[in-house]
Design a binder for this molecule. Sequence first.
Ligand code: FAD
Length: 454
Amino acid sequence: MKEYDLIIIGGGPGGYKAAELAGHCGLKVALVEKGKLGGVCLNYGCIPLKGYLHVARLVNEVNELRNDNIFSDIDAFGINQTGVLERNQYVINNLQQGIKYKLQKAGVAIFVGNAKIAPEQGGQITVTVDNMCLSAKNLIIATGSKEIRFPVSEEKLSYRIIYSDELFSLTRIPTRMVIVGAGVIGLEAADYFNAAGCEVTVLESAPEIAGGMDPDIAALFRKILQRKGIRIHVNSTVKNFGGKELLVDMDGEDVHITTEAVLIAVGRTPVVEGYGLEKSDINYNQDGIFIDESCRTNKLNVFACGDVTGKFMLAHTAYEQARIAIDNIMGKEAYINYHLIPKVYYTSPEVITIGLSEKECVAGDIPYITRELPLTYSGKYFAEHKKDGAKAKMVIDSLSKTVIGFSMIGDGASEIALAVELMIANKLSIEDIGKLVFPHPTVGEIIHELAAMG
Ligand code: FAD
């Protein structure tokens, strides 16, 4: 039996971040990963999708500038999908080596295999990895999530059903694709395939796309994507996956759609099976392992982080939960603040939201005012995009005059999110923000403009 201070199950963002931090704190750490180091984020998620979106952004920008007669000699140009896949793989391999290097530097022992929680022995946590037995004082579960799948038999279909994992091994761009679900994965995929020349139709059962975003920003987002040629149908659900076509209920009307591929992007569900959780006395249900604000489960020495907790399934949530868990294991009190987790769509244009929304202010009886401006108030944005409809909106506590929420649609938004997070976390007032020196010209100047509005 190999003994450790901490065993971590899962080598995705939650697991590898926790392992690295714990190793640097001097803990003897074992990390078990059954698939690929880096988890969904590196191998089938954030990173390869951002590789796709980088290409999409360039295509969009060239098209925009071509329409403005900026380029004289560009005729039709297209995406070489094989080249994009190769570029993605190169990036993934390098980043994977980087994670391995950081873990080795932190003294973490990496085990490859399927971890299973075994009954405790003498108060010690026991985990088996194939035929090996590990024991530790503490356990972090970071087993992530998997796609929600539809029970469709593909044999009788003349089109292909795809889930997000398979997006990154598609060697040919389909001519037509239906995307079921207008959340972040569905819309980011729509943006890439549209730029790659595919005819994309997005179906969303809710009345608006991009659930959780400010309603005004979401409506604008839909219009901008539609203007780029993406067909978006809200209040629409698939009634039947037929042989040659899909039967869709669009606002109460039956519509048949012929397609070559259907991407199902209706969300992800925590991985709570296959590793002995059901036989342990750790509390969980199908929506995730229950944790408190210190990321601790109902058991004092067992923590969980990342998608398996079912809370804001984002890589940076996993990182933050990992940090909180390690602080608590090291005896420091630390608590997570989910309000400060930025939500980002990396489409063209990007969309972000952070802090409180108007809806949350109303629900929490928080007195607030909002200010909003078009992004054309930023000279840099205007020069780069002209009038694409982009805008930013600030939610301000009307008593303290501090910024409590921010939403924006416009390229550059993802890089601004951190600045806004700092302002909200440090309770900066609009007067404080007015005194900051923003580099000119930058897209971020929009924050200064919003703060200065009378
Ligand atoms: P995972 O990354 O799922 O890692 C869990 C790991 O645990 C896996 O490697 C798995 O093999 C391993 N494991 C499971 N069970 C066992 C076991 N019994 N034994 C050993 N190992 C086990 N988030 C963002 O913040 N930004 C983005 O831009 C973004 N884009 C995304 C795009 C897509 C297409 C998808 C699908 C997701 C995206 N996400 C994004 C979400 C992000 O990928 C996840 O939030 C993140 O990967 C969660 O990290 P995790 O460590 O909890 O789990």
